[in-house]
Design a protein around this ligand. Structure first.
Ligand code: PA5
Length: 484
């Protein structure tokens, strides 16, 4: 059983639905709840309203992520994607091309994870070792701010300085500092350390771009410094929480730096949004995914989702999803304020790598998981396994196979084995790993957690739990500083 869209994107839920799994009767019994959730999504799309959603400051806040796939003048008024904002991103690409040697993108959580997905998938591991011609004049790209790790920050600085020392003429570094709140410790500490060190190097020219809340009345710290120093700014719009920002200028600034097809990415998201407007649960990818996963959790105790794409460069997609699911649904209180301690727990895995580590637990361990595979149908630059040891039967037997076919046989075998032992699993298939299909998948997952929030009756758009440690950390840092 699979839900396949016109684009070829599909959700195969055969190993999650049917006898001994989530049943038709389960779905039928859930009809009213699903209809209510679907209605809530309609209202969210039309007005931005989500019942009981409050901002960090306790004020009612609109939710606008579902507007991001649409490039309209009207959305521009809300700092969402508009023809002008997309043009500005294209201009940004051309401004950087053949001009900036290296970009460091600084951010954490929602200001990092989606950007890393785009970089990993469209640039791969060796982008920074390529010549400028191979990168079509676009810069090397580094990420920082996603930890407060002195060793790695020092390594990046030293690496940039070493490259600068070798260059004839100034080495141009662009720091893109991304923080919606504009004051996050992890991001800002790295930013300050890096800016200070690079400015002191006579071989380096530094340019800074800030991506933050654009509000001019109540400026974030980053916005204030950016305005004071005349830095170029991009916006993290109101109503778009960190984990949904890959579709706004947070993710799209990285997309521009690497010359990605931004319109195709948003078009994929838009077409998925349209598919998710279908009121028939079996025709609506997000509602179906959310319904099956919530029922698997509530009725069959499958409260862990292992996100397991097959392919190295998809690992960061799994990491992005971890934040999306964990921050959206791991909630102590429901929308009425009752203590519920809700939410499924996400886990990162990658095929085939983790078949040699985690699969033992998936196959025989606690019956608490749904393994969600992601498969790419057609790989660019596929390689065929050659017959270079014809006398070694085991190796000769696999020769002639494209590596992608071997990868898929491994995934399918894993799915079959899990199925044979009552282990729930499902698969998203991307016809190709391109901007359009990635947009479809990321948007589907974002919309799924929005549905799941409604099904579980929790606010999927706040994250009060992350304030708890921040309240402890702030005074501790001040205390430390006071001690000298
Ligand atoms: O999803 C979220 O809201 C968080 O993960 C934030 O993105 C993260 O804490 C970074 O926040 P900021 O962009 O304000 O620096």
């Amino acid at each position: 059983m699979a839900l396949t869209l016109k684009s070829g994107f599909s959700f195969d839920y055969d190993n999650l639905f049917g006898e001994g799994k989530v049943t038709q009767a389960d779905i039928d019994g859930y009809k009213e709840t699903l209809a209510k959730a679907h209605e809530a999504m309609k209202v969210m799309r039309d007005t931005g309203f989500i019942k009981a959603h409050l901002s960090k400051d306790g004020a009612p806040e609109k939710v606008y992520f579902s507007k991001l796939p649409y490039i309209t003048e009207e959305n521009g008024k809300l700092n969402l994607n508009s023809p002008a904002s997309i043009k500005r991103l294209h201009d940004f690409t051309e401004k950087i091309r053949n001009n900036v040697d290296a970009v460091v993108s600084l951010g954490i959580g929602g200001s990092f994870l989606g950007n890393k997905v785009l970089f990993d998938i469209f640039c791969g591991e060796f982008w920074n070792t390529w010549t400028p011609e191979q990168r079509k004049g676009l810069p090397k790209v580094y990420f920082s701010g996603q930890n407060i790790d002195p060793r790695r920050t020092g390594d990046i600085i030293n690496h940039l300085k070493a490259m600068a020392a070798k260059k004839d003429g100034k080495f141009k570094v662009m720091l893109i500092c991304i923080s919606k709140s504009g004051g996050t410790l992890d991001t800002m500490s790295n930013f300050m350390v890096m800016l200070d060190a690079l400015k002191k190097d006579e071989n380096i020219d530094v340019e800074i771009v800030a991506v933050t809340d654009p509000n001019m009345e109540k400026k974030t710290l980053l916005k204030q410094i950016a305005v004071d120093n005349g830095w170029e700014c991009f916006a993290v719009p109101d109503g778009v929480g960190g984990r949904f920002t890959v579709f706004c200028e947070v993710g799209l600034s990285t997309a521009a730096v690497i010359g990605m097809d931004i319109e195709a990415f948003l078009q994929g998201a838009q077409d998925m949004d349209k598919a998710c407007q279908n009121e028939d649960v079996f025709q609506n990818p997000a509602m179906l995914n959310a319904a099956l996963k919530v029922l698997a959790y509530k009725k069959y105790g499958r409260n862990i989702e292992v996100m397991m794409p097959y392919g190295d460069y998809l690992k960061s997609l799994s990491e992005w999803y971890i934040q999306l699911l964990a921050e959206s649904l791991g909630k102590q209180f429901d929308k009425e304020g009752n203590e519920v301690c809700e939410g499924r727990t996400p886990l990162v895995a990658v095929g085939t790598t983790d078949m040699h580590s985690q699969t033992q637990q998936h196959q025989e361990g606690t019956l608490d998981k749904v393994v969600q595979f992601i498969k790419v149908d057609k790989w660019a630059n596929d390689l065929v396994i050659p017959n270079i040891f014809p006398t070694v039967k085991k190796l000769a037997d696999i020769s002639g196979l494209p590596m992608s076919a071997a990868l898929e046989v491994a995934r399918q075998s894993n799915a079959d084995a899990l199925k044979s032992n009552k282990r729930f699993n499902a698969c998203f298939t991307l016809p190709e790993l391109n901007e359009y299909h990635l947009g479809e998948l990321m948007y589907l997952l974002a919309m799924s957690v929005a549905y799941e929030g409604e099904l579980l009756n929790v606010d999927a758009f706040n994250q009060p739990g992350v304030e708890a440690y921040k309240r402890i950390m702030g005074p501790k840092l001040q205390e430390l500083k006071a001690k000298g």
